[in-house]
Design a protein. Structure first.
Ligand code: SD4
Length: 344
């Protein structure tokens, strides 16, 4: 945690950054550094995840290995709502979703997986060892066990336990995800959890990377919307929604209210817009605007963010609500950026 504080949010406005807790939150800009190797990932947990990915990217390793290793760091962390300690569904059971995609268009995914610590690695096995793309529920767990993944006990973190107990009092079902610009730092079933040090935590990490050879890969792993209906899947395990990689063009990952990402095949849309010549930032913005058009009056109630990387190593991001941040690591920098957003 301490090392995180070394990183200062990038600012278009330099010293005008606002002090919020222990971090300097600043204005928004796109990174000027481009090239490869490079790795980007969603939210604060991305810093540690990128460092994990960099162990591979920094020594000329393959992007696919890097994006798996990177998000495993997040799945391992008890302080993060991504793995087995995360917010459960409304029946109190943690169900995990993940997907992974490589430079050849190979992809694998798991949905509603219980009691397995590293869904991202199971998704990779689905990709590499089965003729399928997606395994869900009991079948995914059975496959994981057959591949040697240990069946763990669910260990809700203290934060998740508290949040679930709190939720049970009203059992309200309002799918509002990760809206940071409210006084409470968010509300609704999947509000980000406040860590003891006051930082906000999230239930998803998406990562895309380009290795030294210029090849792209991506990964996405989540406990999904907190207190969701049993069996609910969001965008994160769906190739084309929570993640998409096209080695000729670029890669994109999404976070936020999965239903609305799925509605526009979000990450695939962003990659296709980049194929038509848009920069990563323009493409993310155009995809967000498409969601806003569909949602109409209700757009203000949800958060969706896209984070994209093109083949030149250019990075861009855009969100519905302010407050979405992402972590970038390259040979030249290692820091957090705030995304541009539709609502200020
Ligand atoms: C989902 N997209 O399950 C995920 C949730 C998320 O930050 O990204 N939360 O819909």
């Amino acid at each position: 945690m301490a090392s995180r504080r070394k990183f200062i949010y990038s600012s278009l406005f330099g010293g005008l950054g606002t002090l919020l807790g222990k971090k300097v939150i600043a204005g928004v800009s796109y990174p000027t550094v481009t090239g490869n190797p490079i790795v980007i990932s969603t939210w604060d947990a991305g810093l540690a995840a990128n460092a994990g990915a960099w162990k591979i990217l920094g020594s000329n390793g393959r992007a696919l290995d890097a994006v798996e290793a990177g998000v495993r760091v997040t799945e391992d962390s008890i302080n993060c709502c991504v793995g087995l300690g995360a917010n459960p569904d409304r029946d109190g059971i943690v169900t995990l979703d993940a997907c992974i995609m490589d430079e050849h268009g190979n992809c694998g995914s798991v949905g509603a997986l219980e009691r397995i610590k590293h869904p991202i690695s199971v998704a990779r096995r689905v990709m590499e060892k089965t003729p399928h793309v997606m395994l869900v529920g009991q079948g995914a767990q059975q496959f994981a066990v057959s591949e040697g993944f240990p069946l763990e006990e669910q260990k809700l973190s203290d934060d998740a336990k508290k949040a679930y107990e709190q939720w049970l009092k009203k059992s309200e079902y309002k799918p509002i995800i990760n809206i940071e610009n409210t006084k409470s730092g968010g509300h609704g079933p999947s509000a980000p959890v406040h860590l003891p040090n006051g930082e906000l935590n999230h239930d998803t990490i998406g990562m895309v990377a380009m290795d030294a050879a210029g090849n792209l890969s991506g990964s996405c792993t989540t406990s999904g919307m907190g207190f969701k209906m049993r069996g609910r899947l969001g965008d994160s395990p769906i190739i084309g929604a929570g993640l998409y990689v096209d080695n000729e063009v670029g890669a994109c990952t999404a976070t936020g209210q999965g239903e609305d990402v799925i509605r526009i095949c979000g990450s695939h849309t962003v990659v296709e817009l980049m194929r038509q010549g848009m920069s990563p930032g323009q493409a993310c913005k155009t995809a967000v605007e498409r969601i806003i058009k569909i949602k109409g009056d209700k757009a203000g109630e949800i958060q969706v963010a896209f984070l994209a990387l093109n083949k030149k190593g250019e990075v861009g991001s855009f969100a519905i609500q302010k407050g979405f941040s992402y972590a970038l690591k390259s040979n030249k920098e290692e820091k957090m950026y705030n995304a541009k957003s539709y609502y200020q």
